[in-house]
Design a protein around this ligand. Structure first.
Ligand code: AMP
Ligand code: ZN
Length: 112
């Protein structure tokens, strides 16, 4: 399968890592949309939020634990935004589930 985030997990494409353990990887987005912009992904390939099931959902809660830890470590004490783009209408461009952790500026709502 030709998935760029699977290649990042395997080290075949370089990334600037922010966190890593057995099941989760966090790395800095190539085109940051905020002073802090990190992508948090499951190491096992899940295509999108629409493919979360009872069998694979444990990693999702772990991803949010990692997000909270990174938020504290990076000093995002005034808050941050976590975004998941799901499918075509959601604006998903990379078909490996990822959560954007963005902080260091004020965000507007609703997102465009
Ligand atoms: P999405 O539009 O939600 O699918 O987000 C995909 C994100 O992946 C975008 O913010 C891209 O800038 C980012 N991205 C794509 N390729 C890479 C890469 N090799 N390393 C880091 N971030 C990437
Ligand atoms: Zn993948």
């Amino acid at each position: 399968m030709d998935c760029i985030f699977c290649k990042i997990v395997k080290g075949e494409i370089p990334s600037k890592k922010a966190y890593e353990d057995d099941s989760v990887l966090a790395f800095y987005d190539l085109e940051p949309q905020a002073p802090v912009h990190i992508l948090i992904i499951p190491k096992d390939h899940i295509s999108s939020c629409a493919d979360i099931t009872e069998e694979n959902s444990a990693v999702i809660s772990h991803i949010f634990e990692v997000a909270a830890k990174l938020g504290k470590e990076l000093g995002l004490d005034n808050g941050y935004r976590i975004v998941n783009n799901c499918g075509e209408d959601g604006g998903q461009t990379v078909k490996h589930l990822h959560f954007h952790l963005m902080g260091g500026r004020q965000f507007t709502w609703p997102a465009g």
